[in-house]
Unconditional design. Structure first.
Length: 430
């Protein structure tokens, strides 16, 4: 092979390697860009549900959701603007209603919802609207005020009737007592050009209806209306079920109107954080569930805080509520031994208990039929311990249930305080 030909081949090889390196670098850059893009959360969703123009006011109702928890809530505003004017009002997630006043007559404005998820102000929804005369009545806003678990709604109403067209104007409000049933309405007379009407008897978690109706010589007219969704409240509870020297047992009643809920118990001892115990209940869990905090030390005080984490069905945002806070001391040490013997149709249980603090006076059992979708209570009995001076003892029998599957819980407890309890054995037959 000649030198010139060999040199030409080497140059071609170098060009090929250079192109290959360039393509590899380009591919890596492309992957990096795609990876960066996928980290950007989805935009919150906003909708201008209603917009009404009056001579000097513009009324709005908007709804905002934030499925990815992306929104900086301090940046959420309703904005009204044109080339010469700019107004903004801070709003919250979910439904909001309100109005802008002292505006120019017969003037076009842009009504928008803005929010910032960390990449600058973003317009989430918008429309154009022009001020003008509106005869009749208008619902300017509906504002919820919650005090001591009771919500009152303040309805701000405006009436403009220069020619006295209406002999009367009434505000009606109503809701269904049960889902998909007929709405029952109550009413207030609107007697002034501007009124705040207080609705304190709204007992529903579903959207309720408010409307203004004017009466003329010819009949009645619908002047304005609004559907209002009450703020979401998490209806879940946790209470202590039992306590012994090493465990604190709780029972959780779940909110079945929400998706899966995570319950986290923060455990502190001597003001120091120890650990977190967690349980997750599905939406379909109608019966609730036990939540046992174990591996505790005898005769020790713990500070407990339970936090429920869930998706708000109205805002679609993940939220947290503290549902329990308490200091609880475990029982001091005690010891026990037991034997269980099974015969043809009964079980014999013997327990010997060393209980210096006299926590337990009774032995007990509870039996349940577990053959169906839900456990069904069958029977229970209690037996008073024999005090032998240095210890306590008891022997008793349990008749075996005749169901195809069952559960028998055997334990000891205090005669007067049902929360002082120690489960000794759980017998499951399937």
């Amino acid at each position: 092979m000649s030198k010139s030909k060999r040199k030409k081949n080497e140059e071609s090889k170098r060009r090929f390697e250079a192109i290959k390196d360039l393509m590899s670098t380009f591919a890596m850059s492309t992957v990096a860009v795609i990876a960066a893009v996928t980290l950007i959360p989805a935009s919150p969703k906003a909708e201008v549900i209603k917009a009404v123009a009056l001579s000097e006011e513009i009324v709005y109702q908007v709804n905002v959701t934030d499925k990815d928890n992306a929104l900086d809530l301090s940046t959420l505003f309703v904005v009204l603007e044109n080339q010469l004017e700019f107004y903004e009002q801070s709003i919250s997630l979910g439904e909001n209603s309100g109005y802008f006043d002292s505006l120019e007559y017969d003037t076009e404005y842009r009504l928008s919802v803005y929010g910032n998820k960390g990449f600058g102000k973003e317009r989430l929804d918008t429309l154009m609207i022009t001020t003008g005369e509106k005869i009749g009545g208008t619902i300017l806003s509906v504002t919820p005020e919650t005090i001591d678990f009771s919500t009152t709604y303040i309805v701000d109403v405006s009436v403009y009737d220069p020619n006295l067209k209406y002999t009367s104007i009434n505000l009606y409000y109503g809701y269904s007592w049960e889902h998909d049933t007929e709405i029952q309405y109550s009413s207030f007379a609107v007697t002034q050009s501007r009124m705040n009407i207080e609705l304190s008897d709204i007992f529903t978690s579903e959207a309720f209806h408010i409307y203004l109706e004017g009466t003329t010589l010819e009949g009645t007219e619908l002047l304005d209306e609004i559907w209002v969704t009450p703020p979401f409240k998490l209806y879940t509870s946790l209470h202590m079920n039992y306590i012994n020297s090493e465990e604190i047992g709780f029972f959780i009643y779940n909110d079945v109107d929400v998706g899966d809920i995570s319950y986290e118990m923060n455990i502190y001892k001597n003001d120091l954080f120890i650990r977190i115990d967690q349980i997750i209940l599905e939406q379909s869990d109608f019966e609730g569930s036990e939540f046992v905090i174990g591996e505790l030390s005898p005769n020790t005080t713990y500070a407990l805080e339970c936090i429920a984490t869930y998706i708000n069905p109205l805002t679609l945002r993940q939220e947290q509520d503290i549902i329990y806070q308490e200091e609880i001391s475990t029982l001091d040490s005690y010891t026990y031994s037991y034997t269980i013997e099974t015969f043809n149709d009964y079980i014999e249980v013997s327990i010997i208990l060393n209980d210096p603090n006299n926590y337990f006076e009774l032995a007990y059992y509870e039996s349940y039929d577990t053959s169906g979708d839900y456990d069904i209570y069958l029977n229970s009995e209690t037996h008073l311990f024999n005090d032998n001076g240095n210890d306590k003892s008891i022997t008793f029998t349990i008749f075996i249930p005749t169901t195809s599957s069952y559960q028998i819980t055997i334990g000891i407890r205090n005669q007067f305080d049902y929360t002082v309890k120690q489960i000794i054995e759980i017998i499951i037959f399937e």
